[in-house]
Design a protein around this ligand. Structure first.
Ligand code: ARG
Length: 467
């Protein structure tokens, strides 16, 4: 069962059953095999450098690199047999290489430790996932800009405290999410700048006595430079924490959006109808159409927050340098990356198919005194201090509430009982369209301001596309 040096290292002082359990407990192959390609790439860079530096002969380096290239193909084709007895991806791959090449395979690990190896692999793996998520975020942002254009003239109630506040253009609402996901993309892009150093060559913790070239391996792996301090290089997991923090914040945004879709698609709101393709039925209630995708996106945010808190907790008490605790770093990070990716994909796929019930949203937007601020603003423009105007409109709201009508439904005579300076012109101010377009301050919901936002967003996306 156990193979080679592994067996000898553990020796005979443990009972057989304990050995098996410890072996399984200690092994990380089920998780770290996900970075097998990164491990091979790191080894190819290392072997290349060993040859160039004369640490192995040119023939040995050629043999190692050729063997590693073959092994890479085997990994891609799913042909590599993973063994728990070989503990992790590093020792599994080294063993498979040695099986192919014979004793020269044993030279690969010269001037290298699994500590710098795993730190390098994990950085490469997080880098790849971060890049993929950046592309997905960009796609989702483009969806929001398309929706903003489509729903420019759809008016919805805007809320604070989930109480109707002021009407807004639905396009404006979608663009709020464009902004959130733009920041999420920016956070991931920023994290790549700090991730961009190579731990390879830090050795176990202190460096190595062999004449390695860390700049060369860094360049071969597409890193900007080698990490400056060997102790830090093998024990730093900030890059994974930053990744998880950015992922967690993106999940917050996806979750808030999902919550709105869930609310808006309820019978009580009836603002949108979710597509059949992204909803499910009930096994007992034939009428049900449940927003499962949105609910799951909202729910899966918990996994990603958990991964962040989990890794923060793993790291917080660790003395320098490498500690085995750090083996717990990958599972949550990979799960978070996969979770965020599928949530972004589903959201981008679903949103364009959401049917907006514009008559209902417009009706709801024009009710519940969503124009009360505008009446107060109107009085304030006429010279009344805003505080007094606020008080006067409050009294009118009370009157309207008592009569079961909205402000615009009160006759002018009733309005003038409280504010005699009002004339017929007030009704134009109270119209929902006018209310929306009155908010023409920078970043506001007036039509020209929303069009400006769309143009700015389109320009940003185009510039990124060109980059
Ligand atoms: N499987 C280990 C991890 O993921 C690799 C590094 C092991 N290093 C060691 N000194 N035991 O962290």
């Amino acid at each position: 069962m156990s193979r080679g040096g592994e067996r000898r290292m553990w020796g005979g002082r443990f009972a057989e059953e304990t050995d098996a359990l410890v072996q399984a407990f200690n092994a990380s192959i089920d998780v770290d095999r996900e970075m097998a390609l990164e491990d091979v790439d790191g080894s190819i860079a290392h072997a290349t450098m060993l040859g160039e530096q004369g640490i192995v002969t040119p023939e040995e380096a050629l043999a190692l690199v050729a063997g590693l290239r073959e092994l890479r193909g085997a990994v891609e084709r799913g042909e590599v047999e993973w063994s728990v007895a070989l503990e992790d991806v590093h020792m599994n791959l080294e063993r498979r290489l040695t099986e192919r090449l014979g004793p020269v395979g044993g030279k690969l690990h010269t001037a290298r430790s699994r500590n710098d190896q795993v730190a390098t692999d994990f950085r490469l793996a997080v880098r790849g996932r971060t890049r993929a998520l950046i592309a997905l975020l960009r796609e989702l942002r483009a969806v929001f800009v398309d929706l903003a254009e489509r729903d420019l003239d759809v008016i919805v109630p805007g809320y604070t405290h989930l109480q109707v506040a002021q009407p807004v253009r639905l396009g404006h609402h979608w663009l709020a999410y464009y902004e959130m996901f733009t920041r999420d993309q920016g956070r991931l892009a920023d994290s790549l700048a700090r991730l961009d150093v190579s731990p390879l060559g830090a050795g176990a913790l202190a460096g190595t006595g062999f004449p390695i070239d860390r700049h060369r391996t860094a360049a071969l792996l597409g890193f900007r430079e080698p990490a400056a301090n060997s102790l830090d290089a093998v024990s730093d997991r900030d890059f994974a924490l930053e990744f998880l923090a950015a992922a967690a914040i993106a999940m917050v945004h996806l979750s808030r959006l999902s919550e709105e879709l869930i609310l808006w698609s309820s019978q009580e709101f009836g603002f949108v109808e979710l597509p059949d393709s992204h909803t499910t039925g009930s096994s007992i209630m034939p009428q049900k159409k449940n927003p499962d995708v949105s609910e799951l996106v909202r729910g899966k945010s918990g996994r990603v927050f958990g991964a962040l808190v989990g890794l923060l907790t793993v790291m917080k008490g660790l003395p320098l340098a490498y500690n085995k605790d750090m083996q717990e770093d990958k599972e949550g990070a990979f799960d978070a990356a996969a979770t965020l990716a599928v949530c972004l994909r589903l959201t981008a796929d679903m949103l364009p198919r959401v049917r907006v019930r514009a008559e209902r949203t417009r009706h709801a937007a024009g009710r519940a005194f969503s124009n009360a601020t505008d009446l107060a603003d109107h009085l304030a423009r006429g010279g009344m201090p805003f505080r007094d105007a606020h008080e006067a409109v409050g009294r009118l709201v009370a009157i309207a509430l008592a009569e079961g009508v909205d402000l615009q439904e009160l006759p002018l005579a009733r309005l003038r009982e409280v504010a005699p300076q009002l004339d017929e012109g007030v009704f134009a101010v109270l119209d929902v369209e006018a209310v929306v377009d009155a908010r023409a301050s920078y970043g506001g919901t007036a039509r020209p301001r929303v069009l400006e936002q769309i143009a700015r967003a389109r320009a940003a996306l185009a510039a990124e596309g060109a980059a």
